[in-house]
Design a protein around this ligand. Sequence first.
Ligand SMILES: [Mg+2]
Length: 188
Amino acid sequence: MKIAIDIDGVLLDIIITYCEIYNKRYGTNYKKNDVVKWDFFADWNMDEETGFKIFFEIYADSQSIPFIDDDAPKIMKKLNERYDLDIVSARVPEYRSSIIDKLESHNIMAGIQYTEMILLHHRPYDIKLKQKYDLYVDDNPNLVEPIKKMKNRTLLLFDQPWNKNSVCEDNVHRVYNWEEVQEKIFDL
Ligand SMILES: [Mg+2]
């Protein structure tokens, strides 16, 4: 089985750092829980380009982003021993060394916790499905409906405020932490 693990929203709480930068810049007081949509830019009166500028700044220096779940490294190691686990992220490839440093600082190492790191462009929103994986661990609600039509694939939707409205059924399961990621995968 080939498994694709996402970075942002699954390993790293990037949106917390995003809100901090945005608030400082624009005098607002947004919190992670205010981000209830994948494309929240419009609600915050930003165009996508301005919105992504902040993401790119964080991609360039990721050290301060909070790590989501301390169980992740040992579970990833176990999964990568038993299956084939890749990190698949829509962080653009230019920022590869920054994300490798950040993940290494949390004990997520190439050859141990994962096999390969695949970095893709963020458009179209379901670009990851062009890669052939059996199972995705991802917080992106745009993957939910397309995967429901791909019966030989599975999505573990990592619970986040921006995917609460996604209906998880059939081959799409909602998970709340890494312990549940492991349980679900072992159950399949
Ligand atoms: Mg993500």
